[in-house]
Each structure stands twice: as C-alpha cells, then as structure tokens.
Ligand binder design. Structure first.
Ligand SMILES: Cc1cc2nc3c(=O)[nH]c(=O)nc-3n(C[C@H](O)[C@H](O)[C@H](O)COP(=O)(O)OP(=O)(O)OC[C@H]3O[C@@H](n4cnc5c(N)ncnc54)[C@H](O)[C@@H]3O)c2cc1C
Ligand SMILES: *[C@@H]1O[C@H](CO)[C@@H](O)[C@H](O)[C@H]1NC(C)=O
Ligand SMILES: *[C@@H]1O[C@H](CO)[C@@H](O)[C@H](O)[C@H]1NC(C)=O
Ligand SMILES: *[C@@H]1O[C@H](CO)[C@@H](O)[C@H](O)[C@H]1NC(C)=O
Ligand SMILES: *[C@@H]1O[C@H](CO)[C@@H](O)[C@H](O)[C@H]1NC(C)=O
Ligand SMILES: *[C@@H]1O[C@H](CO)[C@@H](O)[C@H](O)[C@H]1NC(C)=O
Ligand SMILES: *[C@@H]1O[C@H](CO)[C@@H](O)[C@H](O)[C@H]1NC(C)=O
Ligand SMILES: *[C@@H]1O[C@H](CO)[C@@H](O)[C@H](O)[C@H]1NC(C)=O
Ligand SMILES: *[C@@H]1O[C@H](CO)[C@@H](O)[C@H](O)[C@H]1NC(C)=O
Ligand SMILES: *[C@@H]1O[C@H](CO)[C@@H](O)[C@H](O)[C@H]1NC(C)=O
Length: 599
C-alpha cells in the first residue's frame, strides 16, 4: 500500500536546507513553567492559527503541545509535487487504518493524518477553497449563531489569505479573478506554475460541452464552485505553505508562545473539587517518542484548554478523559465524567474514486514517475532553483457539479443549498489510484470523482485506555442509497466528459472496471476502488446552546464543561462541500476572536 501512489522511495532522503522557522522545544524538561493562560492541544492546521492570534497580545501566554515532529527541512513536506509521499505510513503520519467498510466490499484502507508541525496542513495536497455561502449559512442555522453565516465569516478571508500571482511570466489572467481574493493575509495561495500535457484539453472540453462550464475562479469569495477551473493551492515560489510556514513562522519569536513537539496529550484532568468536576483546565501528556504513558507530565491553563487535535485526535482525547458516550467508555471502565453520546459520532468524509483511462503516446507523467533517475533529476532541479514539475501541485484542474434533476428528484437534497455541488472532478496526468499501484507500462489519464455531500455517517471510538492505541475509525463509506447513486452518476458524468472532441486523439480506452456500462457495473466499480480524499470531520459536532445534540456549543465550548473548547474540523456539523483546509483556517480565525472576547 505504501508504495501504491509513488515517490515513496524519496521519503528516506529527507534532509535538506534549513528554513529555520522553529524556535521549538523538543522535550518536556525544557519547559520553564507549567502554567499558561491557554494550552492548545495539537500544532495542526487550526491550532497554529490560534497560537498566532492569541499571542498577538504580548501579555498572553500560550503553550502548544504537539505529538508529532518538526516540519523543518523535510523535502516531501516542502516540495509541492511530493505531497502525496508525506503519507501514508511515514514518520509524519499517524498511520491509521479504517475498519472494514461494508460499503466498500469490506475493504480497509490507510487513513492519513499529519503528525508534525502544521498537522494535516503540512501533509495534505494543498488545494485551497472556502466552500459555498450555503455551507456556512447552514452552520449558522443549525447552531443558532449568525456569527457562522457567510456574511460574517467572509471577513476572515482578508486576514487569512495572501494570494500570490506566479512570477514566472505565465499569463494567468483567465485563471483567477483578483477581486475575489485577499493579498494581505497570512497563508500564501497560488496558481499552477507548470502545465500538465492534459491541461489545454481539459480547458478545451469546457468550451465543447455545456454540462461542464469553465469557472474562472473555483476558490474565490463569490462562492461559485460549479464548473471546471484552475486549482488554487497553498504554496508559494515552488514550496508548500502550511499553518506552520505561515501562522507559526510569523509568531514564533514571540516570547510568550511556547511550542513543544514530541508531546502526546493523553488525558484532560478535571479540577478536583465538587464544583469543579466539570472544569477541565489540566492537561496530562507524555513523550510521544517513547510510546509510553510513563513518565507523565502535567500543565495547567488559567484561562482555557483548546483541543485542536483534529477529527480523530479530538474525540480520542475527549473519550480518554471521560467525556463521551457511556456505551463507549463503560466497557473500558473509564468513569463517565460528562455523558455526551455524540462524541466521536457523526463522522463524515468525502469518498474519492479514481477512474482511469489509457492514453496515447508518452506525454503523461507515468513514464517519469516510474523512473527513479528522472524523478531524481527533477528533485535536483527543484533544489537548484524551484522549477520543474516538482515545484507544482499534483493536479492543475478541478471542478464541481450538481446531480441533474432527474436523479436528484429521487432524494431529499443533502446539499446545503441549490448552488452547492454534490460531487467533485479532479484531473491527473498520470495513474493516480491509492489502491492499485501504477502498472509497469502504458500511459494514463485519471479523472477522480469525489462525493462532497455525503449522507453516510461513521464514528471514531477508542478501543482501550492506552492513548497510544489507535482508535477504531469507521468512516462508513457509501452506506446510503444517495451516496452510492451519486458516485455512479459522477462516473457517468466523467465518461460524458471524456468523449468530448478534445480527447479524440488522446484517450484510447478505459482501465479495469471503469469499462462497465450498467448502473450495477458502475456501482461495483465504485465499491471496489473508492477510498478517501482524507477529509474526516464532524466528530465533535456543533449544535445550538439549548440542543441536546452535539458536542460543542456555537462558541465551541464543550457542552457541560468549563475551561474547554474544540477548534478544528471536528466541530463542523456538516462537512464543507469543498477541500476543507480553507474552512478550518476561517473557523480558527473566528474562534480566536471568540476566545479573546471571552477573556
Ligand atoms: C493526505 C491528505 C491530503 C489532503 N488534501 C487536502 C487538500 O488538498 N486540500 C484541503 O483543503 N484539505 C486537504 N486535506 C484535509 C485537511 O488537510 C484537513 O482537513 C485539515 O488540515 C484538518 O485540520 P485540523 O486542524 O482539524 O487537524 P490537523 O491539521 O490534522 O491537526 C491536528 C494536530 O493535532 C495533533 N495531535 C493529534 N492528537 C494529539 C495528541 N493526543 N496530542 C498532541 N497532539 C495531537 C496532530 O499531530 C496534528 O498536528 C488533506 C488531508 C490529508 C491527510
Ligand atoms: C508510522 O510508520 C512509520 C514508518 O513505518 C514510522 O516511522 C512511524 O514511527 C509510525 N508512526 C506512528 C505514530 O506509529
Ligand atoms: C462483509 O462482511 C460482513 C460481516 O462479516 C458480511 O456479512 C458481508 O457479506 C461482507 N460483504 C462482502 C461484500 O463481502
Ligand atoms: C493575457 O491573456 C488575456 C486573455 O487571454 C489577454 O487579454 C491579455 O492581453 C494577456 N496578457 C498578456 C500580457 O499577454
Ligand atoms: C498553461 O496553459 C494555459 C493554457 O492552457 C496557459 O494559459 C498558462 O499560462 C499555462 N501555464 C503555464 C505555467 O505555463
Ligand atoms: C512571557 O514573556 C516575558 C518576557 O516578555 C517572559 O519574562 C515570561 O517568562 C514569558 N512567559 C512565558 C510563560 O513564556
Ligand atoms: C446519557 O445520556 C443519554 C441521553 O442524553 C441518556 O439516555 C442516558 O441514560 C445517559 N446515560 C447515563 C449513564 O447517564
Ligand atoms: C533551473 O535549473 C534547470 C536545470 O537544473 C535549468 O534547466 C533551468 O533553466 C533553470 N531555471 C531557471 C528559471 O533558472
Ligand atoms: C442526467 O442524468 C441522466 C442519468 O444518468 C443522464 O442520462 C443524462 O445524460 C443527464 N443529463 C445531463 C444534462 O447531465
Ligand atoms: C503492457 O505490457 C503487457 C505485457 O507485455 C501487454 O500485454 C500490455 O498490452 C501492455 N499494456 C500497455 C498499456 O501497453
């Protein structure tokens, strides 16, 4: 499995120049105090936004505890095209595997999560978007807090995004709309800097088929995601941009920000008075390098503990601390301190399906990706001057679409609204299948499809009291009629795409089960090949203050507790209909405002 994608042989040679971002502690013995205003658990995508914003006030002290390692000098993390080699099953991954998935012929598959500074923002594929206004307005409706509506949330894009126009002389005037972006925020976002040989055909198809219109800005603040356009990625000048290279790098020299890596949080401890039994301001951790809970260390927050451990780590820590469903905790003899049956439930993810075509000639990237000498030369070029395909993301074009009315009429529409897409289309100039390795010959074109409004619901549950045991992760993929129907419709859609004139002299056929023609055949193709876009969410879901549902209140405080909040992708009641790192950044920006306003 590890070698299924590509490039994993380069993981070992990961020593590189120094960007020297980090003034980072590596061992608990280096802490000079055990008391901080705020303790943030997880130096990930959301956690490092909070670390930056909360220490803007120089008198506020913040400790960030991160189980993982540094991102400094790690070539696969820094070089955009090598992103897919950061996971699975590496020193930068939690190495999780799902439970057997009944909707996927009982298959299991790796479930990558970044385990390093920047969290999954240092391990992801860098596609950057914000979702539709309808996604955010639904969150405002469900939570009863108009502060989550698009109208309020869009202000955070100005603080967050730092759009960078590529400076290599290419003409990008048709690839994005400047007025829909911010050029003054923290995280660099940019456009492709290297053309795949399929790009012009993809764009030509948008002119040939009305079903697939061209979208001049697939990630802008007008929320128009439908159609096909140029991917925007969190990268700049041939390097990845993550929460670590942006929010942490610009705050790291503040004396009152302390970041400790190799620190595995094992439990939150209640303050031991009758009145304080619901107050969780004490954090227990141990050295992640030892994979042992002893010796353990304790730190205290005077204001708040904030869990930003992600959609797997956050429910795991809550459950280990006695905050969860009695049915999950009692069998493990964990005292139920807060009975919340929703912790770890409501897991949502975007299923991803590779659909592969065989193509003419040798212009696809396959022949390069099979040849260590050519990859080595490309990496050397990237090291020399940050050019070539290694300086670019693995995909250049993506698109989004809705089901057509004849299909949608059979269901209650799960999309947040009528302009929110149901599925995504991703174009790759090579064999891109996380399950089946690239064959030893042939040239390929992969059109991946992803379901972005899933109705299946899964769960995360600890299976022992040992924090170093991985939790059971059950995304429960393709469990509903809507989900499998939408996957089948997405395959039909990309087959219509692939017969546009633009592909006449290029595509020669389908690969494997994609050849199926009946709905039943295509359903089997989907069940055999679907895995994940790596977007687990909603396991500590937000609900209205007076609702018995949900794990957190609209202000992200954990229901029934004081001193404890969750700020990460796990709080979204519905998974955003887009690549979620942008929504995570926006959430964390507002969360910082909410926290500052409380104290
Ligand atoms: C391979 C991959 C590709 C992806 N591609 C994209 C993409 O192209 N575009 C996009 O928008 N999104 C993508 N995503 C998803 C996106 O990166 C995540 O949804 C997002 O970054 C999650 O942010 P978060 O803050 O919720 O969690 P994370 O960023 O995962 O942060 C959680 C942090 O907490 C730490 N942690 C967990 N448990 C503990 C503990 N017990 N003690 C201490 N620390 C702990 C983790 O090590 C991690 O650093 C991808 C994800 C992956 C894994
Ligand atoms: C994940 O696997 C890699 C490679 O085998 C290993 O180096 C790393 O320590 C593992 N990480 C965890 C958290 O188990
Ligand atoms: C999946 O496993 C379950 C339980 O073992 C079994 O009942 C079912 O038939 C299996 N499904 C497939 C498609 O193999
Ligand atoms: C860039 O392309 C646009 C539209 O395709 C064109 O109008 C413009 O003149 C071009 N700019 C340059 C500098 O070539
Ligand atoms: C890629 O091709 C498009 C036309 O299809 C062109 O507008 C763009 O400038 C090219 N980009 C690069 C990086 O060469
Ligand atoms: C906060 O910063 C001051 C100096 O500005 C320093 O004396 C103090 O030790 C810092 N506290 C912490 C907890 O880092
Ligand atoms: C936990 O809460 C649920 C519903 O909120 C309730 O049905 C159940 O009885 C409670 N269990 C315990 C052990 O308190
Ligand atoms: C970068 O280096 C490669 C060879 O290593 C060279 O061919 C290319 O012209 C260089 N590009 C720039 C912009 O310097
Ligand atoms: C709508 O979906 C049906 C069923 O898959 C398909 O036959 C038809 O071509 C689709 N029409 C459009 C315009 O997408
Ligand atoms: C790959 O090689 C095998 C065995 O030589 C051959 O049967 C097959 O047709 C080749 N496939 C392609 C796509 O060239």
């Amino acid at each position: 499995m590890k070698s299924a994608i590509f490039l994993s042989s380069f993981v070992a040679s990961a020593v590189f120049f120094s960007r020297s971002l980090a003034v980072t502690l590596t061992d608990a013995s280096q802490l000079t105090t055990t008391t901080y205003d705020y303790i943030i658990v997880g130096a990930g995508n959301a956690g490092l936004v909070l670390a930056n914003r909360l220490t803007e006030d120089a008198s506020t002290t913040v400790l960030v505890l991160e189980a993982g390692v540094t991102d400094e000098n790690v070539i696969p993390v820094i070089a955009p095209f090598l992103g897919p080699s950061v996971t699975p099953d590496t020193p930068w991954d939690w190495n999780y595997t799902t439970t057997a998935q009944p909707g996927l012929d009982n298959r299991t598959y790796p479930y990558p999560r970044g385990r390093l500074l920047g969290g999954s923002s240092s391990a992801n594929y860098m596609i950057h978007q914000y979702g539709t206004n309808e996604d955010w307005d639904r969150m405002a409706d469900v939570s009863g807090d108009a502060g989550w509506s698009w109208n309020n949330m869009k202000q955070y894009i100005a603080r967050h995004e730092k759009f960078v126009v590529p400076t290599n002389g290419q003409n990008v005037s048709d690839e994005f709309i400047p007025s829909l972006h911010s050029f003054t925020g923290e995280l660099q976002v940019s456009l492709p800097v290297w053309n795949q040989t399929i790009d012009s055909r993809v764009i030509a198809t948008t002119q040939q088929l009305a079903e697939f219109p061209y979208n001049e800005d697939i990630s802008g603040i007008n929320n128009d995601m439908l159609g096909i356009g140029w991917a925007q990625s969190s990268m700049v000048d041939g390097e990845r941009a993550s929460s670590s290279t942006s929010y942490l790098a610009s705050a790291n020299d503040r004396p009152n920000l302390t970041v400790l890596i190799n620190a595995m949080v094992t439990k939150l401890l209640p303050i031991n008075t009758p009145a304080g039994a619901r107050t969780f301001r004490n954090v227990q951790f141990s050295d992640a390098r030892t994979f042992s809970v002893t010796p353990s260390f304790q730190v205290q927050a005077t204001k708040e503990v904030i869990l930003s451990a992600g959609a797997v780590g956050t429910p795991q820590i809550l459950q280990l601390s006695g905050i969860g469903a009695p049915a999950d905790l009692e069998p493990l003899k964990i005292p139920v301190l807060i009975n919340n049956t929703q912790v770890g439930k409501n897991l949502q993810d975007h299923p991803l399906l590779p659909n592969i075509f065989s193509v003419q000639g040798d212009l696809s990237l396959d022949h390069i990706l099979r040849d260590p000498a050519q990859i080595g030369a490309a990496i050397a070029q990237w090291q020399a001057n940050k050019t070539g395909f290694i300086s670019n993301n693995v995909v250049n074009n993506i698109g989004f679409a809705r089901l057509n009315a004849s299909v949608l009429d059979q269901f209650t529409d799960p999309a947040a609204g009528p302009t929110t897409p149901h599925f995504e289309i991703i174009f790759a100039d090579f064999w891109l299948d996380p399950v089946v390795p690239i064959p030893s010959n042939g040239s390929y074109f992969t059109i991946l499809t992803a379901l972005v409004t899933p109705t299946s619901r899964g769960s995360v549950a600890i299976q022992s009291t040992n924090p170093f045991d991985a939790p059971l992760i059950n995304p429960n993929m393709l469990d509903t009629e809507f989900d499998i129907t939408t996957m089948v419709e997405s395959i039909k859609a990309i087959k219509r795409f692939a017969v546009a004139p633009a592909w006449d002299d290029y595509i020669t056929g389908t690969v494997g089960t994609l050849s199926g023609t009946s709905d039943a055949d295509l359903e089997e193709h989907a069940r055999q090949h679907t895995t994940t876009v790596f977007h687990p969410s909603s396991t500590a879901s937000m609900a209205a203050e007076d609702s018995n549902d949900g794990v957190v209140n609209p202000d992200l405080t954990v229901k029934g507790t004081t001193g404890l909040r969750v700020v990460d992708l796990s709080v979204f009641p519905f998974i955003p209909s887009c690549h979620p790192q942008g929504p995570v950044y926006m959430l964390a920006e507002r969360a910082a405002d909410l926290i500052k306003a409380t104290h």
